[in-house]
Design a protein around this ligand. Sequence first.
Ligand code: C5P
Length: 228
Amino acid sequence: MINIAIDGYSSCGKSTLAKQLAKSLHYIYIDTGAMYRAVALYALQNGFIDNGEPNMQRIELALPELMVEFKINPESGNTEVHLNGQPVEALIRYTHIASLASRISQNRMVRDKLQYWQKQMAQRKGVIMDGRDIATVIMPDAELKIFMTANPQIRAKRRYEELKAQGKQVSIEEVEAEQKLRDFQDTNRKEDPLRQHPEAQVLDNSNLTPEQQLALVLQWIQALTKFQ
Ligand code: C5P
């Protein structure tokens, strides 16, 4: 068994790939973005957002009360995020939560708390983690490091279709603007910005179907584990 670190821009299909790999290889999938989204939800539920801006002082003070963990959904077999014991997987999949998560994830104390849990979960083998700092900070020893990217228009269109299918009311322009802002913030922040690790294999899936993408990465894994 190996560990797989997947980093990349927003809405690049990181979680699609991670879930496919977890199913094919019987590995555990940890969605670290869901943890930052859960903190954003917590801030929203507790009134720590003033005029759309997260109040970082109040969030920092509340951090000791915060518990984010993953549990396996027995029906789907997927790992799902829980906030202080409550399942919140569906509640965090909104664009306003993603935007708040991108602002809150700039905070060092928030990152320290979530990264501590992430590093604990990465201590075993057979883990697939996706996020922005997985190869650079959380799993620098992961045998396979993937940096995902795709054409921004294609990404926005895919995301828009996905949100529409879920019955969420958004325009493609809104999706594109949110994606652009988030990529800018995640790449330019001071704390653990999104960076391509020097050992990472780049996966541009602009013109790949999910099936083609999975087949390609399984080939990479086969090549890596051939002599193990
Ligand atoms: O991956 P996802 O889009 O769900 O992540 C939501 C936000 O959480 C990102 O825009 C980013 O700001 C933050 N994040 C992070 N580090 C990670 C994963 C996510 O800063 N490892």
